[in-house]
Design a protein. Structure first.
Length: 258
């Protein structure tokens, strides 16, 4: 219905409703997304709506950034108790940024159109690669960002391209990024294969139902509902982090002196 929701909603719901470890939720969602994005890319590829130059520039930044991020995560460890609190905080921050991007996108694009003029080609290429770097780090850590944040940033950088072409290019770029990041999480042991198949089976009827209602629901209403949902989920993730941090602090302060 909205083009957003895979990582933005799937990952926090796996954590909050089903009790998955944040790292497992992120890794599982990334591999799931790599399959769905591949199908979406095939459809857009047949319609010739993918700008492969944009995809290549994004991948030049995101793929190395994702590999480096995964290497750091493997050295630090993602399944420990302290890592859980950090991942919850980062996930909440990413969701908050996504909700702002979704709700204020028309105003953001209007401001960008008035203040940011067309860049020369070389500078535009550099900014696209840097955007890929940011998305590579963000998606590898939280599985959030490739949808709403990536699309909004691309609309700012390429204001003359049709929105459909931007969205298709963003989906195509997500294929190698989510696949590499998902495989990295699998190698770290943070993927639950048992729920990937049910997620894929459930997504098929979800696509048909969502596509039907998307035509009948005003775009402004969809944006408001999605932004509000993301804001509520982000607040819940922040609350979970604050509660965990408070418990740790209380236990530490009550520890008897040696």
């Amino acid at each position: 219905m909205t083009g957003v929701g895979g990582g933005s909603l799937m990952t926090p719901l796996l954590v909050l409703l089903f009790g998955f470890h944040p790292a497992t939720a992120v890794g599982t969602d990334l591999l799931y997304a790599s399959v769905t994005k591949t199908v979406g890319t095939a459809v857009h590829g047949k319609q010739k709506t993918v700008d492969w130059q944009i995809v290549t520039r994004l991948a030049m930044g995101s793929v190395p950034a994702s590999m480096l991020t995964l290497l750091v995560m493997s050295r630090v460890g993602t399944m420990s108790g302290s890592a859980t609190s950090v991942l919850n905080l980062l996930l909440g921050a990413a969701l908050l940024a996504t909700s702002i991007s979704v709700f204020f996108r028309p105003w953001i694009l209007r401001w960008a159109g008035e203040h940011i003029h067309a860049m020369e080609l070389r500078r535009l290429q550099h900014w696209t690669v840097l955007l890929g770097v940011a998305l590579g780090v963000l998606v590898s850590v939280t599985s959030v960002g490739a949808g709403a944040l990536g699309t909004t940033a691309l609309l700012i950088l390429y204001p003359r391209l049709p929105v459909a072409r931007i969205a298709a290019s963003d989906i195509a770029h997500a294929v190698p990024l989510t696949l590499i990041a998902g495989l990295g999480h699998w190698m770290m042991g943070s993927v639950d294969w048992q729920i990937i198949v049910p997620l894929l089976v459930g997504s098929l009827p979800g696509i048909f139902v969502g596509s039907y209602f998307a035509v009948h629901v005003p775009e402004r209403a969809l944006r408001l509902v999605l932004a509000t949902t993301l804001l509520v989920v982000a607040s819940r993730m922040a609350y979970e982090h604050a509660t965990t941090a408070s418990s740790i602090l209380t236990a530490f302060t009550r520890r008897p002196p040696h």
